[in-house]
Ligand binder design. Structure first.
Ligand code: HAM
Length: 435
């Protein structure tokens, strides 16, 4: 006979989009640990959760982060307009960060009328159309806080925010990071600083990379962030001595540092730290870990006293930070987080006993005893192997004998002891172990 080989049509396998990752259950344990730890810390500092949409009007980001920022220029992930939206000229983008959206919500909900200081936290995915590499994704996650309101303009609040970010990183298991600190002063100081930088770069403009020659004109601060070698050389030679700061701004900065000193928080002053977003005034900071290579920022933040007003809201100040969760995972030692396991594994020794085993399983679960069962007709040996793998403390078995007597055999997996319990006594078993 002629053998006919069946040729299956190869179906195209669809992968996750570039720059995104799946977090599988064994990794999710670490994420849950980090999120829980962060929430605990936030509550202890008096911060409450806020959740805003994953997309906003594109204009919100353009107006807050600045037209010359890399994010607005190159990394916005815009949504294709659909139906009704296509007819209007509004354009929507996935949020590249949390700050702008939270300020939008603060204004829209008139929160300044409700409280003198709103202290928010968020743990949420953010989206930037960057070229993916280690520590740089298109969908990544931030843990962040924003403190906004009429009572936000105290240097102690800057120090509180910084101390929270430092403590949080430590609690999340990262210890070898440094805190870089700087001040930009008020808007006027920033203008002075900008003019000062132009003067300092002066005759060397033509040595800047083409991008930076443009930045020199449009937003000279961006030159300080450039990764290009020749630009870095020029930045290294700049004399940044805070002469461009007003007396009041200088005093404010001194107070922030004194408050940090009083908590024993070590910082490195870095006068060329300006951050890539336009909204900052006064304090800016960055937490970095040099083991991470080029994407070494674990988190960053600072004060933004004009953003609320800039977006049409009241004249109130604000300060905040965001940590990148994927980068924290890269920076923390790979210590095992104990995973939550089930307490009881239910085994039915034959399909006939499924209905009773299934009811037992339900009873346990309704009573918050984590329980599981394999709905297959596998033999005792194979089911016991699975029970072992599940880490269950107890196995409850129902076979012929148990079925006839209305019992379950309960095996204690830690010492191997075994007893038969009447099914109407299961409640006592449950009560002893209820969480
Ligand atoms: P940012 O410096 O743009 O600041 O981002 C904060 C952190 O998010 C970074 O330090 C990094 O850990 C992480 N991150 C940023 N982009 C990526 C990416 N493509 N892949 C992985 N991780 C990334 C902000 O977003 C400001 N909103 C922080 C802030 C809050 N300032 C005041 N309040």
């Amino acid at each position: 006979p002629v053998k006919v080989k069946k040729i299956g049509i190869m179906k195209k396998i669809i992968s996750a989009p570039r720059g995104t990752t799946d977090i599988l259950p064994e990794e999710a344990i670490l994420w849950q640990f980090m999120e829980n730890e962060a929430r605990r810390q936030f509550f202890s500092y008096g911060y409450q959760e806020i959740r805003t949409p994953m997309f906003e009007e594109t204009e919100l980001f353009a107006r807050s982060m600045g037209q010359t920022s890399d994010i607005v220029q190159k990394q916005m992930l815009n949504l294709a307009a659909q139906g009704v939206d296509a007819a209007t000229d509004s354009s929507l983008s996935l949020r590249p960060e949390g700050t702008a959206a939270i300020v939008r919500s603060y204004i829209e909900n008139n929160l300044d009328k409700r409280e003198r200081l709103s202290k928010f936290f968020y743990i949420a995915p953010m989206f930037r159309g960057e070229r993916p590499q280690k520590g740089r994704l298109r969908q990544f996650h931030q843990i962040g806080v924003e403190a906004i309101g009429p009572d936000s303009t105290s240097p102690y609040l800057d120090a509180e925010i910084i101390s929270l970010s430092v403590l949080l990183l430590q609690k999340l298991g990262v210890n070898d990071f440094i805190l870089k600190l700087n001040t930009l002063g008020t808007i006027e100081d920033k203008n002075n600083f900008s003019q000062y930088l132009r003067k300092q770069i002066g005759s060397r403009v033509s040595d800047l990379c083409p991008d930076c020659q443009n930045r020199y004109e449009r937003n000279v601060f961006r030159v300080l962030d450039c990764k290009n070698k020749s630009c870095k050389e020029i930045v290294k030679d700049l004399e940044l001595n805070y002469s461009y700061l007003s007396e009041t701004s200088r005093r404010y900065y001194e107070s922030v540092k004194a408050a940090l000193d009083s908590l024993g928080i070590v910082y490195h002053q870095q006068p060329d730290l300006v951050r890539g977003l336009d909204y900052y005034t006064h304090t800016v900071f960055e937490l970095s870990c040099n083991r991470l290579g080029s994407q070494d920022a674990l988190g960053a933040g600072g004060r933004y006293n004009h953003l609320v007003q800039e977006l049409g809201g009241p004249e109130v100040g604000a300060v905040g930070f965001a940590l990148g969760m994927e980068r924290i995972i890269l920076a923390r030692p790979p210590e095992e987080i104990p995973k939550s396991k089930i307490q009881v594994y239910v085994i039915a020794l034959g399909e006939r006993f499924f209905p009773r085993a299934f009811q037992l399983l339900q009873l346990l679960r309704e009573n918050k005893i984590a329980a599981d069962m394999n709905f297959s007709d596998a033999g005792l040996k194979s089911q016991m192997r699975q029970a072992n793998k599940s880490g269950a403390d107890f196995v409850m078995m129902i076979g012929e004998e148990e079925f006839i007597n209305g019992m379950a055999t309960v095996k204690n997996m830690s010492n191997g002891s075994q007893e038969q319990i009447s099914l109407d006594k299961i409640q006592d078993f449950i009560n002893e172990r209820k969480a």
